[in-house]
Design a protein around this ligand. Structure first.
Ligand SMILES: [Zn+2]
Length: 202
């Protein structure tokens, strides 16, 4: 039986957790903070979600998000052309941030999750490459900015709606689904389970 020691994130109590079953949650006996939970069918669900996200990447980034009609001039913009426009107007910092958080970080997370779970499914995950990749995913995962950007985009759309005629394009649907896939990795990917397995099979 696997035994792992955890320090509670809230009160630092040292807890020994034996293997838990799917759907079960281990919590701290002192402060009842959740230490560990076992996710349902993590490998297959993560593989499906990250694969879908990767398929959506091109349309999400390169298809026009919306068209805007202002004073009889119609213009449409994709995420990448929006970033390029910000860069051209010398808003380098904003352009870089949007590129990092809306393009690069989601792409890295989806690719890493896809490759790790694919390796796991085909029992090839003992290779040290997968451990490095999971560590890399963990680092990128700590850039918690996606939700903020999504809210920012929604607020700008609502504000723009009063100023101009807006019509939404396929790109916005793909982009929303793409972001949803990235956010869903938090629910489906059981990093702890994969990590334990990588360590035990050495
Ligand atoms: Zn605790």
């Amino acid at each position: 039986m696997n035994q792992t020691q955890f320090a509670c994130y809230e009160c630092d109590t040292l807890i020994t957790v034996t293997s838990i079953n799917e759907g079960e949650i281990a919590s701290c006996p002192r402060c009842h903070h959740h230490i560990l939970d076992k996710k349902h069918d993590s490998i297959n669900r993560t593989l499906a979600i990250s694969g879908t996200g990767l398929l959506l990447f091109i349309p999400a980034v390169f298809f026009p998000l919306m068209s805007m009609q202002l004073l009889s001039v119609e213009s449409s913009a994709s995420l990448i052309s929006g970033i390029a426009a910000l860069w051209q107007t010398k808003l380098y910092f904003v352009a870089t941030l949007i590129f990092l958080f809306c393009v690069l970080s989601p792409l890295i997370k989806l690719t890493a999750a896809f490759v790790v779970t694919l390796g796991f499914k085909h029992n090839k995950h003992q290779h040290p490459f997968y451990k490095q990749l999971l560590l890399f995913y963990h680092h990128v995962d700590s850039w918690e900015m996606l939700e903020v950007f999504l809210i920012g985009i929604l607020v700008s759309i609502i504000k723009l709606k009063d100023m101009a005629d807006l019509s939404f394009n396929l790109g916005l649907l793909c982009f929303s689904a793409f972001m949803l896939c990235v956010l869903s990795l938090k629910i489906t990917l059981d990093k702890q389970m994969i990590w334990d397995d990588l360590n035990y099979e050495r």
